[in-house]
Each structure stands twice: as C-alpha cells, then as structure tokens.
Design a protein around this ligand. Structure first.
Ligand SMILES: [Ca+2]
Ligand SMILES: [Ca+2]
Length: 443
C-alpha cells in the first residue's frame, strides 16, 4: 500500500505527457487528441424503452403526479436534452410521486426481468438531503400492487442516475415505474429526467454482456468481479477489501482540481460498480480503484496481463477516465505507461501506450476512436512481452510491438477531473458505471 501513495503524484506527469504530445497545444488548453486512424465498432443500441415520453423535451404528456404538481422546465445540464420534469409537493402531503400512466407494460411475461432508470435531483435547497426512490412496480391487471422493487437515494443538487431491476413473478401482471419522494415538507420539489423502462438487465450484467468466466487461449483468468454484492456509499473498499483498494480520501488527482473521495463516490448496486462524480462542499469528488490480483507484486503489478472492463458513463463535463497500467517502479517516462480507455466523459474514447525507455511524455503511440462513453463498451488491454494491443468491443484498435513497456505494471481504474486547466462546474454530476472486470495472465 505504501507505494500507492506515490501514484497520484506520478500521474501528474501523465497530464504533461498528454499536453506535450500535442504540437502547438499550450499547457493550459490541450487541444483534441490526435486524429483517429481507426474507428471502433459501436456497442449495440440501447434497448427500446416502454415509455413514450422519457425526457420531457416537448411536454409532460403521459405523466402525472400523486399528491404533487407536475411541470417541466429548461435546465442547463439536463441529463438528457434540455428539459426536465419538476414535481412539487401539494399541501401538507409528506409523500408525492411522478407517475407514468403511459409507462405500464400490460401482461408482462412471467419470469421476465425489467430494468427502470431515472435521473433525479433536488428541485430546491429545501429538498437536499431528503430520501427519494425509483420504484419498479408489479401489479394486477386491475391495478392492485403485488410487489415493489425499489432503489433509494439521498437527493442532492446534482442529478443522480438510479437503476432498479425486478423480475415479474405472476402471469398477467402489469409492470410500471414511478419516482417517489419521502419525508416531504411544504415547498419540496424534485427534478426528474430520462426515465426508462426496458426488458432485460436482470441478474448481474445490466450492460447486456455477461462477464467472461474462465481461461482463454493462451490466457489464464486470475481475477474477476461482477459486482454482485451491494456496497453502500461509504463502505468501499472496506466491504470488499480482499478484492479492491483505492487512492485514499483526500489525495489530489492529476489536474489537482479534483480530490479522491472513494467514501463519497463509489458504491455497488444492481450488479454494477458506480462512481458518482459530483461536487460536495466545494470539492470535486473523484475515485480511483485498484484490483487486488492474486499473484501480483506488493504494488499490485504483473509482468504481463489481459485486462478487460465493461463500462459506460454519463457525459459529465469536466471529468475523464484515465484507466491505466502504471509501472511499479514509478520511474516515468523510462518505464512507460498504458492508458485505455482514456478520454473526457463528454468526448470520445482514446488509448495511449507510452514507450519503454521513453525520453519525454510525448514518446508514445496513440489511437482515437469515435466511440462515446454514454453507451456500454468493453475495453481490453492485452499486454505481453513485446506486444501491446487495445480492443474496443472486440475490434483491435491498436497493436504495437516496438518498445512495449517491459517492467511490472499495475491496473488503476482512475477517474478524475479533466486536464483542461479549468475545474469542473459545481453543478456537473453523474455516474461512471462498471458492470464487470476480468484479468488474465499468460498461460
Ligand atoms: Ca430531458
Ligand atoms: Ca455486473
């Protein structure tokens, strides 16, 4: 663990590396990444939603409120499009909801899993800290509630993405979705956007691609996590300390504009590890997590490996991923660095291999893609003596055999503020989601 404390500082060099790699770019304002020689194969389109007006862009048609008043409004930073729904509590009610009369799926097949998602935020300061729930409901054809599947959160000024999955138990029932605020007082109000209800997503692979289990030709699997054990915010990595460590709370990130805050950012629910990037008490909260791989060095390093991650992210302005292999030696640029997927969350996915015996931060190979973070992707780094490949959704997008890093390196899923030189807006908030990770070593 002691070595880990060096990493954020070391990573600061990488910020310079990216800047220096770009001719004409100033240190204060990196220009876009190098031109893209290849495109990735995009992930499958999102599943169709049962809801016909998911985003409130032109009306609130199909929606209503129980014990509240429903309106819509333009909102800078709306999670989807430009408008969101606002629901304000009526009278002395302590509970109120946003309901979708049009959102029900009648006669849902018995045994079918459904997944509901919604973005929610406090509509005013008096609502911050109040509990909110996204609820998937199974009810009889006559409307009698049979079962509720619920995910709870605490309202903040930033939008949070909630997801809940449930499986239909009875024949002939209807499934629908609603958002409920508890413990309301007069004046309370919630904002909601991008409500979806889709078939599937049951089990531990909400991304639609199950975690690969077992050896591959030439590779022996040594680590997996499908995130099937829920971990509330504040209990990561303690609750899963045999598998994960972190950059500790309070460490500055690469740009120095963000602060590692795993205790406020990382949680696991519904089969997904979630990093909720947001600003709290004026601090831009980010997280970097490190798998504890059996057989690795004390620093978590391996001499070679195949690293796979299934992920998506909201397009949160001001934040990025720099998921990377970093040399145990901490000697940089001499011992190189392998970054993939790297990019701003509101941009596209790139990858970089900083070469062995590098003489500057720009001594690297780079690849850009047109793939965006907002859909699910699988990124794989295959790193063996003398070869480094990047695969995005099964397509090889980088394949290098010259000056490949050759000392032990360790994997850090490092999510941080971007390198623009400007801190994120305090209203910028959203989630990076990881459905699963898997690691192999050469057989
Ligand atoms: Ca919208
Ligand atoms: Ca999973």
């Amino acid at each position: 663990m002691s070595q880990i404390i060096l990493r954020p500082r070391s990573r600061a060099h990488v910020a310079w590396a990216l800047v220096m790699a770009l001719p004409l770019a100033s240190a204060c304002s990196p220009s876009p990444e190098p031109a893209d020689p290849s495109e990735s194969s995009e992930a499958a389109a999102p599943l169709a939603t049962a809801i016909t007006n998911t985003s409130f862009e032109t009306s609130t048609s199909g929606w209503s409120s129980w014990q509240g008043t429903l309106t819509r409004e333009a909102r800078t930073g709306a999670p989807d499009g430009q408008y969101v729904a606002r629901v304000t509590v009526s009278g002395a009610a302590t509970l109120y909801s946003l309901d979708g009369a049009q959102s029900g799926i009648p006669n849902a097949p018995q045994g079918q899993a459904y997944t509901a998602t919604a973005y929610v935020a406090a509509g005013n300061t008096g609502t911050v800290g109040k509990p909110v729930s996204l609820i998937l409901r199974e009810k009889s054809s006559g409307g009698t509630t049979y079962k509720l599947f619920t995910v709870d959160a605490t309202l903040t000024t930033g939008f949070q993405r909630l997801t809940v999955t449930g499986t239909v138990e009875r024949v002939g029932d209807t499934v629908d979705v609603y958002v409920l605020q508890n413990q309301a007082v007069a004046g309370n109000s919630i904002l909601v956007d991008a409500v979806t209800l889709v078939a599937g997503g049951g089990g531990s692979s909400p991304s639609g691609e199950p975690m690969p289990v077992g050896n591959l030709t030439g590779w022996r699997q040594v680590f997996t996590d499908d995130f099937t054990t829920p971990v509330p915010v504040g209990q990561f990595p303690a609750a899963v300390s045999s598998k994960w460590s972190v950059y500790l709370d309070g460490w500055k990130d690469t740009s120095k504009n963000g602060t590692y805050s795993p205790s406020k950012v990382v949680s696991i629910q519904n089969g997904v590890l979630n990093k909720y990037l947001h600003t709290e008490n004026g601090v831009h909260r980010v997280a970097a997590i490190l798998p504890r791989i059996p057989g690795a060095t004390a620093s978590g390093g391996l001499p070679a490996g195949r690293y796979a991650v299934r992920f998506r992210a909201d397009a949160v302005p001001g934040y990025k991923t720099a998921w990377l292999l970093w040399p145990d030696s901490e000697v940089w640029p001499r011992d190189g660095e392998i970054d993939f997927p790297e990019g701003d969350l509101d941009g596209t996915i790139s990858g970089f291999m900083h070469r062995q015996n590098g003489t500057s931060g720009g001594d690297q190979d780079a690849v850009s893609t047109t793939a965006r973070y907002t859909s699910w992707h699988t990124a794989v780094i295959e790193w063996t003596p003398g070869r480094c490949r990047f695969l995005l959704d099964g397509a090889v997008i980088l394949d290098k055999t010259s000056r490949v890093p050759s000392t032990p390196m360790h994997w850090v899923l490092q999510t941080e503020t971007d390198l623009s030189g400007t801190p994120p807006a305090s209203t910028a908030a959203g989630n990076v989601q990881i459905d699963w990770v898997a690691v192999w070593v050469p057989q």
